[in-house]
Design a protein around this ligand. Structure first.
Ligand SMILES: [Zn+2]
Length: 589
């Protein structure tokens, strides 16, 4: 189990920090109206915000990690909610800060930063806020938009209600005469483990039929999302919904357009993989419900004690210091490893500022669990290096870079495991794991991004949105990606209706793909046999981790040698997939 005494020794100490934060929040209010006074008062306010931030991490994570140990504990849950209430007050008490800062001319603040160097620490934070401000309206405009905000989540809320609360899972009959109520979990389990193709087909069709039966409702809800996005983009003076979505992180729209175009040009290895699957599975027809079943039976188990040194060994290429930090994570009480009654499910890495990252796992000795451990360790090392190198204000990082270290750690671990695999069967299992993760984290996400972009563009061009139109886009994409290696399955065109991201967070999924491409590009250097290329790659990668959130993500990645505006960066994924598929073909011969 993890040792949370590194955050707070006891609930008493936690109570003390809570009161301290409470007092900071109270006193922050009195700073209102002082910012324009000069560099000193502005700096003081920034430092007070940092103090609140540091305390917030401690107060929140102690309660929240304790809660995740056993979510049945009502007392802890109450304390956790107490923090949430305090955060709401913190939000209110500091809501004046940004508008007041933005009322000072940027040139004035720039002069202050020249004169008063400690304030210059906050330069990027200040410039980024002013950048965001470019599309903020006058007071009247903002008030009007805030009224519209209340209705902006209705489409998504309706979608959520329709797909969860009001969803009646169909009951299906499987080959053995088994009756199954088809929850999402059951559906995934059948697709991933049931070797009877007819059962998989039954499950797939029943699951998608529920969406098909309500296709017009889903299309109307998605139209609501699209219209809202276009309304906000136009109201704020953006040229397109994509511009509006990327402006905050300062990412040019060409990045997404290049990603989509180059990925489509690189589908050849993806198709080769599916041709191989069709052959190995020995099926006459091959459809989307056949893509998740393992090619090779494997029931290997990995004990936690056994894999710890492997994870350490796998990162040897990143240097002694990095490797030592991974050892520290294992021995220092950072990880809550095994399943327990009441414990939160899944896995995560929690960035506890001022202490060290903590990891929650539900380690069940499968290969997936081992890769999850490598993944979360990547997040944790990112947190550790960033927190050590950056002042509080830049310690956090955005999702646009977050999945780089996690997927890179997985890639390193795969290389390590492949090297020590001694049977063709073991190699095949590992290779399939890696290929499936490229297919699902990269190709599928880019295809989703493509769908979102096409749908939004129709609305921007005043074109109608119907179920037929949306399914038309989706089946067009399936053809472009899979060509004729996948047999036609009419219900596959309904997939758009069951992707929650489309309804909850438009233009989000492409970031999984850009992270994946960045990792593939970085791995080219890390795998290089040329020692200078390799050590340069390691240095640039570690500086990326240390950089935290101290700049815009594209700029940070560029200093690490990853230029996402270049097609070659995206092509690195197709080359990697090509290499892996060739290895898998060899392993299965
Ligand atoms: Zn992750």
């Amino acid at each position: 189990m993890w040792d949370l005494s590194h955050i707070c020794k006891s609930w008493d100490e936690w109570q003390g920090s809570y009161r301290e934060l409470d007092a900071e929040i109270e006193s922050f209010k009195s700073r209102q109206g002082t910012l324009a006074g000069g560099p000193e008062t502005l700096l003081d306010a920034f430092r007070a915000m940092d103090r609140m931030g540091v305390l917030s991490y401690r107060v929140w994570y102690y309660a929240s990690l304790r809660y995740d140990e056993d979510q049945r504990n009502n007392e802890v849950n109450a304390r956790r909610q107490q923090v949430q209430i305090l955060f709401a007050r913190e939000h209110q008490a500091s809501s004046w800060f940004n508008p007041e800062l933005l009322a000072i001319p940027l040139d004035t603040i720039r002069q202050w930063m020249e004169r008063h160097t400690p304030l210059a620490l906050y330069r990027f934070a200040i410039e980024a806020l002013f950048h965001e401000q470019e599309h903020v309206l006058d007071e009247q405009g903002e008030r009007l938009l805030s009224y519209a905000n209340r209705s902006s989540s209705v489409s998504h809320d309706s979608y959520a209600a329709l797909t969860t609360a009001d969803m009646k899972p169909p009951t299906i009959a499987l080959g053995g005469g088994n009756q199954v109520a088809l929850s999402y979990g059951q559906y995934r389990a059948i697709l991933e483990t049931n070797r009877n193709q007819a059962d998989r087909a039954t499950a797939y069709r029943a699951f998608h039929q529920v969406y098909a039966d309500n296709r017009n409702t889903y299309a109307a809800l998605y139209n609501g999302v699209l219209q809202r996005d276009w309304f906000h983009a136009r109201a704020r003076g953006y040229e397109s919904t994509l511009d509006a979505a990327l402006h905050g992180n300062n990412i040019p729209t060409s990045v997404v357009e290049t990603l989509i175009k180059v990925t489509k040009e690189g589908v050849a290895p993806l198709r080769r993989y599916h041709q191989l699957r069709r052959r190995v599975l020995g099926v006459d027809s091959y459809r989307l419900f056949d893509v998740s079943i393992p090619l090779v039976e494997h029931d290997a188990r990995y004990t936690y004690d056994e894999v710890m040194p492997w994870i350490v060994d796998s990162v040897a290429g990143l240097g002694d210091e990095y490797q030592q930090q991974v050892r520290d994570a294992f021995s220092g009480g950072w990880i809550d490893v095994f399943e327990n009654t009441g414990k939160r499910s899944g896995a995560y890495s929690a960035p506890v500022y001022g202490t060290h990252p903590y990891m929650l796992l539900n380690f069940n000795e499968t290969l997936d669990a081992v890769f999850t451990l490598a993944h979360e360790m990547g997040h944790s090392m990112h947190t550790l290096l960033a927190h050590r190198a950056q002042p509080f204000v830049y310690a956090g990082y955005t999702i646009f870079v977050a999945e780089v270290p996690s997927t890179l750690n997985e890639a390193l671990f795969l290389d390590f495991m492949l090297e020590r695999a001694d049977t063709a069967n073991q190699r095949a299992v590992l290779l399939q794991h890696a290929i499936d993760s490229i297919a699902s984290t990269f190709y599928t996400q880019v295809m989703f991004a493509d769908f979102e972009l096409q749908a939004h563009r129709l609305v921007e061009q005043d074109q109608p949105i119907t179920a037929e139109v949306l399914s038309g886009i989706y089946s067009g994409l399936l053809r472009e990606y899979y060509g004729n290696v996948m047999d036609d399955e009419p219900l596959s065109s309904m997939t758009w209706a069951r992707i929650p991201h489309f309804f909850s967070t438009p233009y989000y999924v492409y970031q999984y793909a850009t992270c994946f491409a960045s990792t593939a590009r970085l791995m080219q250097d890390l795998r290089s046999s040329d020692l200078t290329t390799k050590s340069g790659g390691v240095d640039r990668y570690l500086s990326l981790l240390r950089a935290g959130g101290s700049g815009y993500p594209m700029a940070l990645l560029k200093t690490a040698g990853v230029d996402l505006s270049q097609p070659d960066t995206v092509r690195a994924v197709a080359s990697e997939l090509d290499m892996l598929v060739s290895q898998l073909e060899a392993a299965l011969k």
